[in-house]
Design a protein around this ligand. Structure first.
Ligand code: OFO
Length: 175
């Protein structure tokens, strides 16, 4: 039976991963109606990944004799100021999730639940990768500056390419 404190913390993480998925879905939807089809495809794919993360935690908790719960979620913001604003918020959110995974790792250690700590290793590596991807996109957007310039058009095309590459490696499509 999984430790009760670890179970509660994993359930909190399930909520955060599901919220991440909905947040990226809201951002994808805004990009889609704002003339950024590449960013939309990228964020739809990212929303799918976050749902997959949520499911990993759900199965893990239930396999350890815990009970994964589906909490109520707040509505994510529907509007964004710019593509730059979207990815600045993505970056902040990923940093928040990294801190949250680290906190969960700390709780697992305190409770001597080394099985959960070991399970979390995959997420720790995943967060390194995601933060680096998002930082790269944000750097390009910073270089392009605000406004709908040619630079933004190219970044949007790059994002479409990244979404397509991801779909071929995971076997999913963003559409
Ligand atoms: Fe769930 O991977 Fe980042 O947030």
């Amino acid at each position: 039976m999984i430790n009760k404190r670890v179970e509660a913390a994993v359930n909190e993480q399930i909520k955060r991963e599901e919220h991440s998925s909905r947040l990226y879905l809201a951002m994808a939807s805004w990009c889609e109606v704002s003339g950024f089809p590449g960013a939309a495809a990228f964020l739809y794919a990212q929303a799918d990944e976050e749902r997959m993360h949520m499911l990993k935690f759900v199965h893990y908790l239930n396999d350890r004799n815990g009970h994964a719960l589906m909490a109520a979620l707040d509505m994510p913001a529907p509007e964004y100021k710019s593509l730059h604003d979207v990815f600045e918020q993505v970056m902040k959110h990923e940093e928040y999730i990294t801190a949250s995974i680290n906190e969960l790792y700390g709780i697992s250690f305190e409770e001597k639940d080394f099985t959960t700590a070991n399970f979390l290793q995959w997420f720790i590596n995943e967060q390194i990768e995601e933060e680096s991807t998002m930082r790269g996109i944000l750097d390009k957007l910073n270089l392009a500056g605000e406004g709908k310039s040619g630079g933004l058009f190219h970044i949007d095309k790059d994002l479409a390419g990244m979404a397509a590459a991801r779909a071929t490696t995971t076997g999913t499509t963003a559409e």
